[in-house]
Write a protein that binds this ligand. Structure first.
Ligand code: ZN
Length: 417
């Protein structure tokens, strides 16, 4: 996940009282002790899961492992769905589910040497924090709820989902929220992604990505001179597009991150391509940017197809273009008065924890874009080096993250008595 804007959060009174009552209950205190006692077990589960390969579109071994852990913990109706997501339930008395999810996938391609290891309170290795920490948090919360027998009214859905990173394009969450049962059945979503206890992601940064390809006949640089050159067409499109005016608010950005084309210095290329990333906090602005990109490309193609060739002759419609979508993450945000925000604010106030509301691209984009209540939190502890082989997670402070998640879920769920 990647973060941007911020605002500080503060509590609200009735929710505050409910959180204080919950935290004082014997069951919740027993759960907090369980977190403390089981820290070594959680660290070893985290290393175990991080040691299982989970490249994008290759999460099945990790999913099978998690389904086994869910069953061991006593979750009900444990299943792996068609997309490869792992689901397990903890029943309540009535009402919609509160889902607690963590993505299973990593950014690391199959065969990356994982070499997961521990030194003192620190765990090292690719994916150990993002999202080994999130998976460990799911197991910690499910374990504590089962062990302490905490009553709650709304039922809980534990979800290890596929496809959060990069080209996974949120496919796991997209699948869950397109399944009628869960689309209607999940009232609140809490996403756990990476380490930390100092943020609340309540706003979904939207993005749309394209591969733009320009094709022409190609030829010899000397004897075919005058044939349209796709690299020049692409350059012209980039020049038009990069002049598109952008609003400061809602913040909107674009990037051309990859340009490819051609084979040798004395050949007119047959194709050229670029990868473009469009981002905004507003879907309207993303639509507008996409329109500007298509328009810039059409103008460049038109110009080339209708320009007089430098040495005379005909060259109409020799060049074509194509725009292929390679990513689409919807934007969305919570109403500032949403119940889930009031809950996490009250929990943070109770725990004396300072957190900032942030905008990021996470699994919460999917429910947020559907107007549903969702937040993304860290799994506690601290971490660094995400998406590198030097990734680490420090277990100190995991407990704070777990308390935060548990209290938020229980405050949302209401008492089951
Ligand atoms: Zn992540």
């Amino acid at each position: 996940m990647a973060l941007t804007s911020q605002a500080t959060v503060s509590g609200s009174y009735p929710m505050q009282q409910a959180v204080a009552r919950l935290a004082a209950s014997a069951e919740v205190r027993a759960a907090f002790e369980w977190f403390n006692r089981n820290e070594p077990r959680l660290a070893s589960l985290q290393m175990e899961v991080a040691a299982i390969d989970a490249p994008p579109f290759g999460e099945s071994a990790r999913a099978a492992w998690l389904a086994e852990r869910f069953r061991e913990l006593g979750l009900r109706d444990v299943e792996i769905d068609e997309a490869g997501n792992v689901l397990g339930q903890h029943p309540g008395t009535a009402g919609p589910f509160i889902s607690l999810s963590a993505h299973l996938d990593t950014v690391f391609p199959a065969g990356t040497p994982l070499n997961i290891r521990q030194q003192g309170s620190r765990l090292y290795g690719p994916g150990v924090s993002d999202n080994g920490a999130g998976i460990a948090a799911l197991l910690g919360i499910a374990g504590a709820i089962e062990a302490a027998k905490i009553p709650h009214a709304l039922p809980f859905l534990f979800l290890g989902n596929v496809g959060e990173e990069g080209e996974g394009d949120l496919r796991g969450m997209r699948h869950v929220f397109s399944t009628p049962r869960w689309r209607e059945g999940i009232g609140y979503s809490v996403v756990v992604d990476g380490a930390g206890s100092d943020t609340v992601v309540a706003q979904a940064l939207g993005s749309r990505r394209f591969e733009v390809i320009v094709r022409g006949p190609g030829g010899h640089s000397w004897s075919d001179f005058g044939v349209p050159n796709p690299i020049i067409v692409l350059a012209r499109a980039i020049e038009h597009f990069s002049q598109t005016p952008l609003p400061l608010s809602p913040k909107t950005t674009f990037n051309i991150g990859v340009v490819r084309g051609g084979t040798s210095v004395n050949s007119i290329p047959e194709s050229a391509s670029m990868r473009v990333d469009l981002r905004s906090t507003s879907m309207i602005e993303i639509d507008h940017l996409e329109w500007a990109l298509r328009n810039a490309l059409d103008r460049a193609i038109d110009w080339e197809n209708h320009a007089a060739p430098p040495h005379g002759g005909q060259r109409q419609n020799l060049v074509q273009s194509e725009m292929v979508g390679i990513g689409n993450r919807p934007a969305g945000e919570l109403n500032p008065d949403a119940r889930i925000l009031r809950a996490i604010r009250a929990v943070d106030a109770h725990l004396n924890n300072t957190a900032q509301v942030q905008r990021a691209s996470t699994d919460a984009n999917i429910p947020l874009s559907q107007g549903r209540e969702a937040i993304a939190l860290g799994a506690g502890g601290s971490g660094g080096g995400a998406h590198t082989l030097q990734e680490w997670f420090d277990c100190n402070g995991r407990e704070l993250g777990l308390k935060r998640i548990l209290l938020t879920m229980l405050a949302l769920a209401g008492s089951g008595e």
